[in-house]
Design a protein around this ligand. Structure first.
Ligand code: GLU
Ligand code: MG
Length: 465
């Protein structure tokens, strides 16, 4: 034990020395709060080894921060007392291509005695990954990142006000090559920055809404997927700033328009073999994979309080906007909340599923952890996958939807939070402290925007994530 600690100290010192030699001055240690905002403490590069050994202080009150930086309280958290230690994950220290002189590392949170903080979202994600591993399951996950880019008025790199008009730097059509031509330097720099930071970019393309783009990255271990989406977002933000642009990852940039999703892709493996490639099984799904997906589908109303955590999320969640607002699944159905992707039959890793409903206001660590918890509960309770749906449930009449058993997912944060409050599997998985803190933040967000018009909610949250 003592020699392992000494080894780690030595590794941390060598890493700090390498960073300093590479011109890195500061290391940003991020963690994501329950409102989905990446909060940070930074240390000079030469302090990295000390930070890895003793942690960096940060108040536990951030667990009950809301997206407007107000502070609420839960039964266990809130108020000025106490301190936590942020421990950088040295395996993920990354020099930031668009922030010369800076490096980044995601952090885990412990108390001052060195015990895991019960509300640490990253450790929750790891616990759930380990729980799956104990059941012989390996999960590979990845988030899609959608964002809307606008021009920052000269001299105003930061937004100046809620009613500031949006000035798009590209005018080309949805999915059109024109947008790529108009922003080719910017998009090249985004791709390059991500690549040199070790992010495996799969695709980048213009999306539907004005100024909207999407990047998809390779899947990995669930904690890695959550770390990656934080790094991807901050990198896009940094490249945007360098181009005099701004990036909005908000669920609803303009109320009424197609919003930004942050879809979560997942695939299941046992002993290195995909459970989406089972011969003679319906849709190739091994029984455990079908039950896991059934569990996720069944838990979606409660999961929305994790994956769609802001009142702004519910501006995005409109039928026929590809946001997956009905509790159903379908094979390659982009209007189903859970889309099954079968992939090329000769691709052993081609099969996976996509939770379409989630957005980037979600804490990605909570999102992966809660989805795993729901899926494992599906396996434990032998949940069946219902029949898949084709077509857009939004264009069916109410009676036809009822006949097919298709239910609308919560249309408000209040409803989703009520479902999370009552979810026994998610309460058990998250533990009382984390579950209580998440709910307190959801209730505070609801109260804050209770009297606001849609436009005001979109404007107030446009630049928060
Ligand atoms: N922008 C859509 C959303 O709000 C998703 C579009 C797509 O299918 O990629 O989730
Ligand atoms: Mg998309």
């Amino acid at each position: 034990m003592g020699s392992r600690a000494a080894e780690q100290r030595q590794e941390a010192r060598q890493l700090a020395a390498r960073l300093s030699a590479d011109g890195v001055r500061n290391v940003a240690l991020t963690w994501v709060d329950n409102a989905g905002i990446a909060r940070v403490k930074t240390v000079p590069a030469e302090r990295l080894a000390a930070a890895a050994e003793r942690g960096v202080g940060m108040s536990p009150v951030f667990d009950v921060f809301t997206s407007d930086d107000a502070i609420t309280a839960s039964e266990h958290l809130g108020g000025p007392d106490g301190d936590l230690r942020l421990f950088p994950d040295l395996d993920r220290v990354t020099s930031l291509a668009a922030q010369p002189g800076w490096a980044w590392a995601p952090a885990d949170r412990y108390d001052q005695l060195g015990l895991p903080h019960p509300a640490c979202q990253r450790q929750f994600a790891r616990r759930m990954t380990e729980r799956a591993a104990a059941a012989g399951l390996e999960l590979r996950m990845g988030f899609e990142t959608e964002w809307v880019v606008t021009r920052a008025p000269a001299g105003h790199p930061a937004p100046t006000g809620a009613d500031e008009p949006l000035d798009y730097p590209c005018a080309g059509p949805a999915y059109g090559m024109t947008r790529v031509v108009e922003l080719s330097d910017y998009l090249r720099d985004v791709t390059e920055a991500l690549s040199v930071q070790g992010i495996d970019v799969l695709q980048l393309h213009p999306e539907y809404a004005p100024g909207q783009f999407e990047v998809t990255t390779a899947p990995g271990d669930p904690v890695r997927a959550a770390d990656d989406v934080v790094l991807v977002r901050e990198t896009i933000r940094a490249v945007s700033v360098r181009h005099g642009l701004r990036a909005s990852f908000a669920p609803s940039v303009v109320a009424g328009q197609v919003g930004n999703g942050c879809h979560l892709h997942l695939s299941l493996y046992r002993d290195g073999t995909s459970l989406h490639r089972t011969p003679d099984a319906a849709w190739g799904l091994a029984p455990d994979a079908a039950a896991f997906l059934g569990g996720v589908l069944a838990a979606l109303p409660a999961l929305l309080a994790i994956g769609c955590p802001s009142p702004a999320s519910y501006l995005r969640l409109q039928p026929s906007h590809w946001a997956g607002v009905y509790q159903c699944w379908g094979v390659e159905n982009r209007e189903a909340a859970l889309r099954l992707i079968t992939g090329a039959p000769d691709d052993p890793d081609g099969g996976h599923a996509e939770v379409k409903t989630f957005d980037a206001a979600a804490n990605p660590y909570l999102a992966v952890g809660a989805v795993i918890a729901a899926g494992l509960h599906g396996i434990e309770s032998a949940t069946q996958l219902p029949q898949p749906q084709t077509g857009d449930p939004g264009v069916l009449g109410v009676r036809e939807r009822a006949r097919r058993g298709i239910v609308r997912l919560p249309a408000t944060l209040t409803e989703a939070a009520d479902r999370l409050e009552k979810s026994a599997p998610l309460y058990e998985a998250m533990g009382e402290v984390l579950h209580g803190a998440v709910l307190a933040v959801r209730r505070a967000e609801e109260a804050h925007f209770a009297e606001s018009e849609d436009d005001a909610i979109a404007a107030a949250t446009r630049w928060r994530w």
